[in-house]
Design a protein around this ligand. Structure first.
Ligand code: PLP
Length: 395
């Protein structure tokens, strides 16, 4: 039984560690063994085997994640999508319906509208900021409600407290993808959600060197989800568990830096004449800034913005930047830029993107751990260059 710790800074380093230490090792060894000697286990799910998600490396990581998110238990999976799909396939069975936010991460949106729909699980999309409209969307077999703490790529903020209380009063399971906010800034279970999901590929691991997912919740839910994961097979390899755990140790330090850096960068961008709009919950101009300030410990490392010159100006701007790396994904040490219409939301039709408010020129930025001044300086010189190019072409 490992110790409990009070503060998040301590939990990310020490929670879930084997007690006593294995041969005194300060950093627990990686149990890179596919199977373990039979020790009289009476249930299939208790046999020690990597796919059954129960090696000592998995157990330690699960216990740490549960402590960080304030849940009873947690399980890790081979990707964020493995965590999301396995969880939905545990909570929902054919004929069931899901209420889901209308601007989810593209992969999740596609999973709901394609694979789950093919299995007879239908989704009714809702405006997650308009609680009065949700009751009308309920059907006899609506079983769950699914949102993201901050949406990708527009950084919209749902009425999260209303989602949790609506779920409770209507007997629904509430699920939230907390990838963008991270438990440093928001812990959904403390606000009444049933299950928290993560693409740990992003901030939780924080180094862009693994793909992983996680689900955190009650012992009863996590046991059911783990049993389904054991059969679906999306288990995380122990070496990736080790990298995940190593990344978690610096989660608080990284995210606090990213909170601060992204806020300064968002403010700097907002003041530039070549910028039309910046989406960042830490800006007073964000429509739900007050809610974010009340619920969140920090506003996160993600922002998105549009240039006055639209998609052609976005292309020129990106070509003039020298420090950020142009790549999809997010939450790592390197600052990344991407145009969601060409990457994360390419799977959506142009009409669906337009309806969701994702313009072709929208740029998403994941603020890394480099110097804030140096990133901002580079962004401003690229914006100046776009402005100069526009001025030259009109003279
Ligand atoms: N959830 C969010 C908010 C994401 O941004 C992503 C990936 O970008 C996922 C889930 C899927 O995670 P993964 O790529 O680890 O499967």
């Amino acid at each position: 039984m490992s110790r409990t710790f009070k503060q998040l800074e301590t939990k990310v380093v020490r929670a879930g560690q084997p007690d006593p230490r294995v041969l005194g090792a300060v950093v627990p060894p990686i149990f890179q063994s596919a199977m373990f000697e039979y020790a009289g286990e009476s249930s299939y799910h208790d046999l020690k085997y990597i796919r059954l998600n129960n090696t000592p490396t998995h157990a330690a990581l699960g216990a740490k994640l549960a402590a960080i998110e304030g849940g009873e238990a947690a399980v890790v999976a081979a990707s964020g999508m493995a965590a999301i799909s396995t969880t939905l396939l545990t909570v929902l069975t054919p004929g069931d319906r899901l209420l889901a936010q209308d601007c989810l991460y593209g992969g999740t949106h596609d999973l709901l509208t394609r694979e789950l729909a093919e299995l007879g699980i239908e989704t009714d999309f809702i405006d997650a900021d308009a609680p009065d409209s949700w009751e009308r969307r309920l059907r006899p077999r609506t079983r769950a409600i699914y949102v993201e703490t901050l949406t990708n790529p527009l950084l919209q903020l749902a009425d999260l407290e209303a989602v949790a209380s609506f779920a409770r009063s209507h007997g629904l399971v509430s699920l939230v993808d907390n990838t963008f906010a991270t438990p440093v800034n928001f812990r959904p279970l403390e606000h009444g959600f049933d299950l928290v999901l993560h693409s740990a590929t992003k901030f939780l691991n924080g180094h862009s060197d693994i793909v992983a997912g996680a689900v955190i919740g009650s012992v009863a839910w996590i046991q059911r989800i783990t049993h389904r994961l054991n059969h679906l097979g999306g288990s995380l390899d122990p070496h990736a568990c080790f990298l995940f755990d190593r990344g978690l140790k610096t989660l608080v330090l990284r995210v606090r830096h990213q909170n601060q850096s992204a806020r300064l960068i968002a403010r700097g961008l907002e003041q530039h004449p070549a910028i039309a709009r910046v989406n960042y919950p830490g800006l007073e101009s964000h429509p739900r800034h007050e809610r974010a300030a009340r619920l969140f410990g920090g506003f996160g490392g993600m922002l998105s913005f549009e240039l006055t010159g639209g998609a052609p100006a976005a292309d020129r701007f990106i070509a003039h930047t020298t420090l950020p790396i142009v790549a999809p994904s997010l939450g790592g040490a390197e600052t990344l830029l991407t145009r969601p219409a060409l990457t994360s939301h390419l799977g959506l039709s142009p009409e669906a993107r337009h309806k969701a408010g994702i313009s072709d020129g929208l740029i998403r930025m994941s603020v890394g751990l480099e110097s804030t001044d140096e990133i901002l300086e580079d962004l401003v010189q690229a914006l100046d260059a776009v402005g100069t190019a526009v001025a030259e072409s009109t003279t």
